[in-house]
Ligand binder design. Structure first.
Ligand code: SF4
Length: 415
């Protein structure tokens, strides 16, 4: 996979500075494609605390370009990456990094607002058509020689299960019964602490935009168990989101008038909240899967995915272990009001699994090229293929694997 991760760094654009540490991934190049993004002065405090604790504060690379790349402008540090579109094109979304230039070739057609609800197979047991609804709920279809499914893990499994027919009574590509099984999310949780001007002077503390490019992976593996990643970041820049968090007192009662104003004023002018996020390796298990319940349908009348989220107790154990390490760092920095919340409930956006790949068609859905064992013109290239997810967000690997699969398809006789 390494050459494909390298390709992601060049094509999608990854900015960073290499840190040597025990669990760093093997790399053919010690440099990232783009220089590191500008860092917030709080990194001085994090680095110092980690050094005193003998932890390695590694510099987190980001899929954001720090320099202009063709039609994409460099990051201008709005700090609105999370949950918002990026107006400069710096953020490594597939829209900015891939689709825009693909459109310029005139070789692709995008059908916007098309909801694919079923894949039809022909007598050769290959997929022939994708049926979809337009925004106006008009049924249409597209035919193709080859289909690549990438609807994010839950929806990919849902589509395959909803496409069952007499040749594939359990759903497409599901002869093993594994479609929808072993769903993965990102285990862990988060925490926070307050930093005030006794730790960093006002100019430095309230500097906006620059990134807290710091994380810890000292416990990515321990002698006893698989650990994970700790990532530090400031609270989201959106002031409404910040103010909303302050709406209640310690007993959960809504605040009004001067009391609310004072609390918001103090929060916005005297201190900042530094968060940490924990990423652990979600343990695949039989209690975590996607299935279809014919009783529940979406606005098109298509059965929705029923998601069973059964977290393994080990996920919470590892999350608490890592949270304690993050708390050690925050205490060493001298921050106040340290809190953490490790939960068996994952965030909704980081999904993988459900069509795991493998060599044995009885135990997996896809072969090593993410091609269905049984339907040769079907590939699945979102995070569904992952048997385990690693203790990091999945996106980089999804991109790298997609480049690998695309190369295989191009060399094959399928197109
Ligand atoms: S900080 Fe703003 S400009 Fe930079 S990548 Fe994020 S959204 Fe785009």
């Amino acid at each position: 996979m390494e050459p494909y991760y390298d390709k992601v760094e060049r094509v999608i654009g990854v900015s960073g500075e290499y840190t040597k540490y025990e669990h760093a991934e093997p790399r053919s190049s010690k440099k990232y494609a783009y220089p590191k993004l500008q860092e917030h002065p709080v990194v001085e405090l994090i680095d110092k605390a980690c050094k005193e604790l003998d932890y390695i504060s590694y510099k987190v690379p980001r899929a954001i370009i720090s320099q202009k790349k063709n039609a994409r402008n460099a990051c201008y540090y709005s700090n609105y990456c999370g949950s918002y579109a990026c107006s400069s094109g710096a953020k490594g979304s597939s829209r900015a990094a891939l689709i825009q230039s693909a459109l310029e070739t005139n070789n692709i057609t995008i059908i916007p607002n098309a909801f694919v609800f079923k894949l039809l197979t022909n007598k050769d047991k290959k997929i022939q058509k994708a049926l979809y609804y337009t925004k106006e709920k008009i049924k249409k279809s597209v035919e193709a020689k080859l289909f690549v499914l990438a609807a994010q893990a839950v929806e990919s499994s849902r589509l395959l299960l909803n496409s069952k027919n007499s040749d594939f009574p359990n759903g497409l590509a599901n002869s093993s019964g594994e479609v929808g099984k072993n769903m993965l999310f990102t285990g862990g949780g988060q925490g926070s602490a307050e930093i005030d001007t006794s730790l960093l002077n006002k100019d430095k503390l309230f500097q906006t935009g620059f990134f807290v490019n710091r994380g810890l992976q000292d416990w990515y593996f321990t002698k006893e168990f698989k650990g994970g990643t700790i990532d530090f970041l400031f609270e989201h820049a959106n002031p409404i989101r910040r103010a909303l968090r302050l709406k209640s007192d310690d007993n959960g009662n809504l605040l009004f008038g001067e009391e609310l104003q004072d609390k918001i004023y103090k929060n916005f002018t005297k201190s900042r909240v530094l968060n940490f996020e924990i990423f652990t390796d979600w343990m695949p298990n039989d209690d975590c899967f996607v299935s279809i319940d014919e009783n529940y349908k979406d606005k098109y009348g298509v059965p929705v995915a029923t998601i069973r989220i059964g977290a393994h107790p080990q996920d919470v154990k590892v999350g608490n272990f890592l949270a304690q390490k993050a708390i050690d760092v925050l205490k060493q920095m001298g921050t106040k009001d340290i809190q953490s919340n490790i939960s068996p409930l994952p965030s909704a956006n980081l999904q993988a699994g459900g069509c795991r790949f493998g060599d044995d068609p009885k135990k997996s859905v896809l072969n090593k090229y993410c091609q269905s064992h049984y339907i040769k013109n079907l590939f699945v290239t979102d995070g569904s293929f992952m048997p385990t997810g690693g203790s990091v967000p999945y996106t980089w690997t999804i991109y790298a694997n997609s480049f690998r699969v695309a190369e295989y398809i191009k060399k094959s006789d399928l197109i």
